[in-house]
Design a protein around this ligand. Structure first.
Ligand code: GRG
Length: 310
C-alpha cells in the first residue's frame, strides 16, 4: 500500500517538477542591470534540487478546482521563490547557521554572506513581480499578491521564524517543559510552526484556488487540508532531524538536539510524534473528500509527506 501511494506521488511529482523547473529557470534569466555574481547566487539557490512541494500544491489545488497547470504556474513560481529566499536567509550565521542545503553548500558558503542576503532579497521581490506581471487578470493578481504577502510576512512566516529564534521564548518553553506542562509547550510549538511552516503551505493552496476562481467552500476545504498538512510536515521534519539520513535530506541533521531545542519528538517521543503526524494526515485527507476523485493527487502528496525521507 505504502509503495503504491509513493509511486502515485512520484508520477505526479515527475509530471509537474520538470515544468516547474523550466518556468523557474526562465523567470531567473538575468536581466540587464543584475550583477553577474548576484544572478549566479539567485539561480544557485532557486534552481537547487528541492522537492518543489509548495509549487506542486499550487498546481494541484488549481487543477482540483477545475483550472489548468499553466494558468497557475506564476503562483507556483512565486511561492517557490519565497521559499528559496527563506531557506537562504534561514541558513545565515545570524539565524540557523547552516553549511549544507539541498545537498550543496548553503548560499553564503558558496558565495558570501552579503551576496546571500541580497540573493534572498531579490528572490522575495521577484516573487511579487512574477504575480503582478504574469497573471493576466489584474484582480486575481492583486488577490494573489495579498495572499502571499500575508503568509510570508510578519504575522506569518517571518513572525514564526522570529518566535522560533527568540531565546526568551525558548527559555519559557524549557521552563514549561521542566514543569511538565506538555500541553502548553505543544500549543507554543504549534503556534510557531503554523506561521513559520504552515502559512506557506496554506498560501500555496489558496493561490491555486484564487487562480481557479474557486468557491469559498472549496478554498476553506483546501485551507483545512493545508493547516493539517503543514503541521504534519513539521513533525516529520523534526523526526528526520532525529532519525533521518543526511545524504537523503541533503542537510545537516541532529541540530535540534545539539541546541537543546524543544521539538515534537523531544516533547512527545518518537512513536507519539509519528502517531500525531499520521492523525494530521488523515484529517488533511478527510478535509478534501468533497472534491471527490479530483482530490486524489492532493491525497497522495499528503501520504508522501507522512512517509518522506527527504
Ligand atoms: C528566514 C524569514 C525566514 C524564514 C525561515 C522556512 C524557514 C523559515 C526556515 C527553514 C528551516 C526549516 C528547517 C524549517 C522547517 C521546515 C522547512 C521549511 C523545511 C524545508 O522545506 P522542504 O523540506 O525543502 O520542502 P526543499 O529543499 O525540499 O524545498
Amino acid at each position: 500500500m505504502a509503495s503504491t501511494v509513493l509511486t502515485d506521488f512520484s508520477h505526479t511529482a515527475e509530471r509537474l517538477t520538470d515544468r516547474i523547473n523550466e518556468a523557474l529557470a526562465a523567470a531567473v534569466e538575468p536581466g540587464a542591470g543584475c550583477p553577474a555574481t548576484l544572478a549566479e547566487a539567485i539561480r544557485y539557490s532557486l534552481l537547487a534540487p528541492g522537492k518543489r512541494l509548495r509549487p506542486i500544491l499550487v498546481l494541484l489545488a488549481a487543477e482540483a478546482c477545475g483550472s489548468h497547470v499553466e494558468d497557475a504556474m506564476p503562483g507556483a513560481c512565486a511561492v517557490e521563490m519565497v521559499h528559496a529566499y527563506s531557506l537562504v536567509h534561514d541558513d545565515l550565521p545570524a539565524m540557523d547557521d547552516d553549511d549544507l542545503r539541498r545537498g550543496r553548500p548553503t548560499c553564503h558558503r558558496a558565495f558570501d554572506e552579503a551576496t546571500a542576503i541580497l540573493a534572498g532579497d531579490a528572490l522575495l521581490t521577484l516573487a511579487f513581480e512574477t504575480l503582478a506581471t504574469r497573471l493576466p487578470d489584474p484582480a486575481i493578481a492583486a488577490e494573489c499578491v495579498q495572499i502571499l504577502a500575508r503568509a510570508a510576512g510578519a504575522a506569518g512566516m517571518v513572525g514564526g521564524q522570529a518566535d522560533d529564534l527568540d531565546a526568551a521564548r525558548a527559555e519559557t518553553l524549557r521552563e514549561q517543559f521542566e514543569r511538565g506542562e506538555t500541553e502548553a509547550c505543544l500549543a507554543t510549538l504549534e503556534s510557531i510552526h503554523r506561521r513559520k511552516t504552515g502559512a506557506m503551505f496554506c498560501a500555496s493552496l489558496e493561490l491555486g484556488a484564487a487562480v481557479a476562481r474557486a468557491s469559498s467552500e472549496q478554498t476553506e476545504a483546501l485551507l483545512q487540508y493545508g493547516t493539517n498538512l503543514g503541521l504534519a510536515f513539521q513533525i516529520v521534519d523534526d523526526l528526520l532531524d532525529v532519525a533521518g539520513d543526511e545524504a537523503a535530506t541533503g542537510k545537516r541533521l541532529g541540530k535540534d538536539s545539539e541546541r537543546g531545542k524543544l521539538t515534537y519528538p523531544s516533547l512527545l517521543g518518537i512513536e507519539e510524534s509519528r502517531r500525531r503526524a499520521e492523525l494530521l494526515i488523515a484529517d488533511a485527507c478527510a478535509a478534501i473528500q468533497p472534491f471527490g476523485p479530483a482530490a486524489a493527487l492532493l491525497e497522495s502528496l499528503a501520504r508522501f509527506v507522512q512517509r518522506r525521507d527527504r
